[in-house]
Design a protein around this ligand. Sequence first.
Ligand code: FMN
Length: 286
Amino acid sequence: MLRRMFCKLGATGLASMAISKQISALEKVAGAPAKKWAIIYGSKCGSTKEYAGFINEGLGGIAEVIDIEKTTPKTDDYDFFIIGGWRNGNDVMPQKIPSFVNDNKSVLNNKVKGMFVVLGNQGKPTLKPEMTTFLNNKLIIPSGAKDVAGKIFFGRYDPDCGKLGGSPYNNVNKDDGVAFGQKILSENQTGIFKSSSSMNRVADLYCSSGFFGRSSTVNYTIPVSGHVELSVCSIHGQKVATMVSQYQNAGFYKVPLRGKNLAPGHYICRLEVAGILKTISATITK
Ligand SMILES: Cc1cc2nc3c(=O)[nH]c(=O)nc-3n(C[C@H](O)[C@H](O)[C@H](O)COP(=O)(O)O)c2cc1C
């Protein structure tokens, strides 16, 4: 049975890789505790519900996806929230979404990490500044959150579901939803992923393609000399393998990704040197 590891482009920008299972064992190390994520949404005709699922896919499936019409989540039960609804005129729907944000502002301002609105724009999937203003005014500003990712998604109109007028359209885009989840994840790596102080200096990290046994490596360039930590972590922030932990001079390096013991699933490759942090997301499938 062959396992392949694909690195997707993270927020910091990277390529892809593949590994086989012939590679040698990885060192197991302790890591940070997992954080609990919730995606709260409301949907009339299904597109917002679909986006909530896509976002969770981008998070690697770690979130609980909650329909606010059925359940009002307890804010104490979760560490991070992503919240979204759909647009009807000057309102985010269902009303329970903005109400949940307003009622829990004092807690959410630290916990909400992503907010989104699904809208139709009469079937034209073109971002307009007023849409961003709408999202800001209706959800992001009322949440009181400072570092929150926002996203406008284009939905669908099905006259059988809601009365809007005009022709039906469907602009639901799974890739956009998944990418938003990945972006939020990469911006909120917890515990060991906590960000560095000198992000203005750039390290490059990417994975070569092809089966690992023959050609796949993790490649990286460090702009300064220092102690280098190159590791593989679970999406919950637990380090599962250390690939490099030693002093290295500035330059380009290639390291075989030893992944024999990695179960299929989503992972993060993490490179740190002299306070510079670079991460990429990776998925191992059987
Ligand atoms: C009654 C109604 C009013 C809507 N008003 C707007 C609107 O003002 N602006 C807009 O861009 N889209 C509008 N839409 C489009 C919805 O935002 C879009 O269909 C969205 O995908 C619905 O989400 P849902 O599938 O989760 O219910 C409206 C749709 C309905 C049914």
